[in-house]
Ligand binder design. Sequence first.
Ligand SMILES: NC(=O)c1ccc[n+]([C@@H]2O[C@H](COP(=O)([O-])OP(=O)(O)OC[C@H]3O[C@@H](n4cnc5c(N)ncnc54)[C@H](O)[C@@H]3O)[C@@H](O)[C@H]2O)c1
Ligand SMILES: N[C@H](C(=O)O)[C@H](O)COP(=O)(O)O
Length: 335
Amino acid sequence: MAVPRPVLPRLAVTAGEPAGVGPELVVKLAHQALSATLVAIVDRDLLARAAARCGVALVLQDDDGSVDTQPRPGLLRIRHMPLGAPERPGQPDPRHAAYVIATLAEAADGCMARRYDALVTAPLQKSSINDAGIAFRGHTEFFAERTHADVVMMLASPELRVALATTHLPLAAVPAAITTPSLERTLRIVHGDMIAKFGIARPRIAVLGLNPHAGEGGHLGREEKDIIIPLLERLRGEGLDLRGPLPADTAFVPAQRAHYDAVLAMYHDQGLPVLKSEAFDRTVNLTLGLPFIRTSVDHGTALDLAGSGRADPSSLIVAARMAIELLARRDAALR
Ligand SMILES: NC(=O)c1ccc[n+]([C@@H]2O[C@H](COP(=O)([O-])OP(=O)(O)OC[C@H]3O[C@@H](n4cnc5c(N)ncnc54)[C@H](O)[C@@H]3O)[C@@H](O)[C@H]2O)c1
Ligand SMILES: N[C@H](C(=O)O)[C@H](O)COP(=O)(O)O
């Protein structure tokens, strides 16, 4: 008797900024043999134009909610969202902002309603959405608000995981945003998701200081002494394995890396340049704490490459693979 093939999870993919490289990357993703039923939430004609620019043939099929039982590279299901004015590669148009937001809303609501099993996002142009008069800081903050969840941004390569205590904030606003409650929430989410998402039973988390030399004993800033150290001591008392606060300048050297499973950086550009400079094509951005799995690329809209067909799809591909792995781990834990 023939054994039925397992169904492949429905992976929603948003194409991001229409004038960026996102649509081209989605076209390239659709040619991978992934163990997933890919559903692109996008304007159908936009994607057809992106495929033509890449010189790639792609069969676009309206999504009917069903699932595949084997990978179908070269075929992409589409949940069509109308773009309105056509895109001009490399030149974001704020008139597309409402469309971009609508694709994110459909993706989040669809994951919540189980129309999709997980979400992978291509890059969007935050400035263009803001230029349209829509307050918007990033996917991470949008999905947090949409689902009323406390979330943490983490970027992960095969060698290094970096979570952020603060995300898209002006640098001048960072110190005030590092409070005991916010840091505690963040550390609990990182600890919990390192167990649940990555299967690490006793995660070791290294916490960076905010100031040079982690504050130099209070002589170069007080945040370590007043907030970070007392919190780490309290949470260690509960059994969390927390190192630090470590001086950020040396926390990423090989000898230190052997001692942790993830790093918590205090702000965006304290942690991300390390990952992006050593593994730009292998790093995934994921949102911890969300009620669904969401992964993303580690790069932006690359407007200088948009329309050329030359953008590297590696980060989107590893993001999709990670979403599939995280789903498999979650489902195995539920069995
Ligand atoms: N996930 C996201 O939505 C996301 C992530 C990061 C930045 N952004 C946004 O993207 C916009 C542009 O940001 P930026 O210019 O700082 O960074 P960027 O990542 O778009 O570009 C930086 C450099 O990296 C190159 N690059 C980026 N992606 C590439 C790829 N796939 N293949 C080859 N080269 C690539 C670009 O050509 C450019 O030289 C901003 O609005 C930013 O907020 C979005
Ligand atoms: N901070 C991310 C990065 O530098 O890669 C990027 O801006 C994307 O963030 P969202 O996934 O929240 O849009």
